[in-house]
Design a protein around this ligand. Structure first.
Ligand code: F6R
Length: 244
């Protein structure tokens, strides 16, 4: 794993955006894996800035988001469909047909996970995947478990994730209890992975993820086995890391 520690959130966001911008500039068409949550808001701001400066063209870009809450429609303000529209998609020239976010509202007869895996397969490969890190070590919504998840599917959210994400909802009861998420296997098939981590609250788990045992109890630790991972953290999150 390559680890970059930046002074603050803004520098972390800028460095990550430059990596994705380079990918977009170098290839006429490319496929990006994207994340939601608080962490990448500055990253999306930087990408939109580069687009407005005329430095980026999203017309050849396809995107696949990591996850979506089960039960929230794309119009729901806390859905990840909505988040992506607000933070990135409505500000750049990406083609709507190139945008992919798992469906949280398919009826039970349809397997949202299998549909998503097929869409990723037909796009070829995710060239660069953005990840944030849950306080419990999750990546995507792959929660600590006995085994690593292989493919995209439904996941029961843990209490700690519901607790961490309730800040976005009016009350804890409003937080969906399930999500559809790319599996760990899906994430590990990306060519390159960028893990963004900021803030004191993530310092301990970031050390476990990068230096601890590789275990499904700390899902992000599997990234130690990926050949092309760049961790970009701010100084607070990187506090306990050695050998940077
Ligand atoms: C979001 C996602 C999650 C978040 C993680 C950190 O698409 O997949 O793994 O990256 O929960 O969330 P924040 O950035 O809000 O701390």
């Amino acid at each position: 794993m390559k680890i970059i520690i930046e002074k603050n959130y803004e520098e972390m966001s800028r460095t990550a955006a430059m990596l994705f911008a380079a990918e977009i500039m170098e290839h006429e068409t490319t496929t990006l894996g994207l994340a939601t949550g608080s962490t990448p808001i500055g990253f999306y701001r930087e990408l939109v800035k580069l687009y407005r400066q005329g430095k980026l063209d999203f017309s050849g870009v396809s995107t696949f988001n990591l996850d979506e809450y089960v039960g929230l429609s794309p119009e729901h303000e806390q859905s990840y469909h909505y988040f992506m529209k607000e933070q990135l998609f409505e500000h750049v020239n990406i083609r709507p047909e190139n945008i992919h976010v798992p469906e949280g509202t398919l009826d039970l007869k349809q397997d949202a996970g299998a549909i998503y895996e097929e869409q990723i397969r037909s796009a070829g490969k995710i060239r660069i995947q953005l990840l944030g890190l849950g306080e419990n070590g999750h990546i995507g919504f792959n929660e600590p478990a006995d085994e690593f998840t292989k493919t995209t599917g439904k996941i029961l959210l843990t209490n700690s994730t519901i607790e961490a994400n309730k800040r976005f909802f009016e009350c804890r009861e409003d937080v969906p209890k399930e999500a559809v998420s790319m599996g760990i296997g899906t994430i590990m098939r990306a060519e390159k992975i960028v893990l963004l981590v900021n803030g004191k609250k993530k310092a301990k788990i970031l050390k476990e993820v990068t230096e601890g045992a590789v275990t499904a109890r700390v899902p992000g630790s599997i990234l130690q086995f990926h050949p092309n991972v760049i961790v970009i953290a701010d100084e607070e999150a990187g506090e306990y890391l050695t050998g940077v």
